[in-house]
Design a protein. Structure first.
Length: 127
């Protein structure tokens, strides 16, 4: 079972390449691929994907089953994602501040997309 560690709702992260606005968060996430079952933290979220902070990112193209709970009282979100890009862990290098992987949600039904959009809006307005 996953549980929200806390939310850091700050100004949305701006990036002209992104179609959907992102907000900074700090949520626990469980994710599984074929033989791996791991635990990490989501550091930003949008209605189309997340960034997961981890020193052991999966390879681009890897499909993951993701589970996270946006708050202690809300229902858990279970969703499939695909690793789109990776910032590998490189110990000792000054530019390696945020190792992890960018994950795009796949096969989103309208109801789940609406729920994610509402979640992003709620986190954006917490400050």
């Amino acid at each position: 079972m996953v549980k929200a560690k806390g939310v850091t709702a700050e100004v949305p992260v701006a990036d002209d390449r992104r179609a959907a606005p992102r907000v900074l968060v700090d949520l626990e996430v469980d994710y599984a691929s074929e033989d791996n079952y791991l635990f990490a933290y989501i550091t930003d979220i949008s209605e189309t994907g997340i960034f997961v902070r981890t020193t052991t990112p999966e390879e681009p193209g890897t499909r993951l089953n993701l589970r996270f709970r946006p708050d202690d009282d809300g229902p858990q979100i279970e969703i499939e994602g695909e690793v789109i890009w990776v910032n590998p862990y490189r110990p000792g290098t000054p530019d390696n501040l945020h190792p992890g992987m960018g994950i795009r949600f796949v096969a989103l039904e309208d109801e789940l997309r609406d729920r994610l959009l509402e979640l992003v809006r709620r986190f954006a307005y917490l400050t």
